[in-house]
Design a binder for this molecule. Sequence first.
Ligand SMILES: Nc1ncnc2c1ncn2[C@@H]1O[C@H](COP(=O)(O)OP(=O)(O)OP(=O)(O)O)[C@@H](O)[C@H]1O
Length: 361
Amino acid sequence: MSIQVEHIEKRFNQFAALHDINITFPTGELVALLGPSGCGKTTLLRIIAGLEQADSGRILLNGTDASEMHVRERNVGFVFQHYALFRHMTVFENVAFGLRVKPRKTRPNENEIQKKVKSLLDLIQLGHVADRYPTQLSGGQRQRVALARALAVEPQVLLLDEPFGALDAQVRKELRRWLRRLHDELHVTSLFVTHDQEEALEVADRVVLMNAGRIEQFATPQEVYEKPATEFVHRFLGTVNLFHGQLHSGQLDISGSTLTNNVSGQTAADVNSIAYVRPHELDLLPAAAAQGIPATVVRILPFGAAYRVEVTANNGVARTLIEVDVPRERVIMLELLPGKSVRLVARQAQLYQPETKDNVA
Ligand SMILES: Nc1ncnc2c1ncn2[C@@H]1O[C@H](COP(=O)(O)OP(=O)(O)OP(=O)(O)O)[C@@H](O)[C@H]1O
């Protein structure tokens, strides 16, 4: 089922939680709603579910206006961070619940219920705990049961609000891979709220980047990371170094030294701009090199094949440490050590007009 969101606005008293949201979620995709705390992810999810009323705008489910539909008619399944299972019911009965409370006309018979619940428990790989009670399960197992319970009534849309938020990092990681595999089997249109960028980029077909009640970008994980549409997206996803500089005949100059001549982004020449450069887009050269910003190595953090090298710019332009990913062999070749003088260059940089002066080198 496709979900169209048209001109949705939502205020809580004076506070505008959502500003004119327009987006279409295609059928069968797993989409992550990602953004900082308070940006409106949950509010948007609840409006789609019918649990919250928008002040204006409408939601179309498969092309039909859902604004007047009751929550039950929307055929939506939910899993929340703390979606408590029924404590007095076994795992089996928790999953069967939605089927047993269906109106008589559409309710499956006992045989069908047994079969359906068994197949769902197999799907979530928890057939062996069917007779246990929720308190006898781990947090990760409970969330899988919550998901099976949501799936039992064959929803056309699945809405997940930080479903793994309360679990520890290792379990989260396993469960998100498991969710991806499950989605590949079922292809239920699914929206998944998270503030964890790694989770969104790893699991989702597409990511909606939200900020202060607005959508900044809706694209594949690769696109949002490699072609961020806005300064916010660039800063929010992954590590980025910020430099204050000016563009002169295609070169980005920082306090008289050239950082790079490969720049993208819209900014006029000879105007103060902010350059965004990811650690893997930077490189270090020997101190005697003719180009680059003079810098000093502060720390070397060995992270697998590429080392994270932290440097400071010598000419006083740097207020923060600059993070550079340097292949291990190059660290050895350049004989990098804390205190060593180097030059810093960038393979590429994305320019924006200044908006904030925080953390700018
Ligand atoms: N019932 C409410 N009454 C007043 N303000 C609310 C209410 N619900 C949400 N808000 C406000 O609306 C904004 C968006 O909230 P929402 O829960 O959608 O954010 P979120 O992006 O899901 O955040 P988080 O990641 O912290 O859950 C927040 O500033 C929040 O304080």
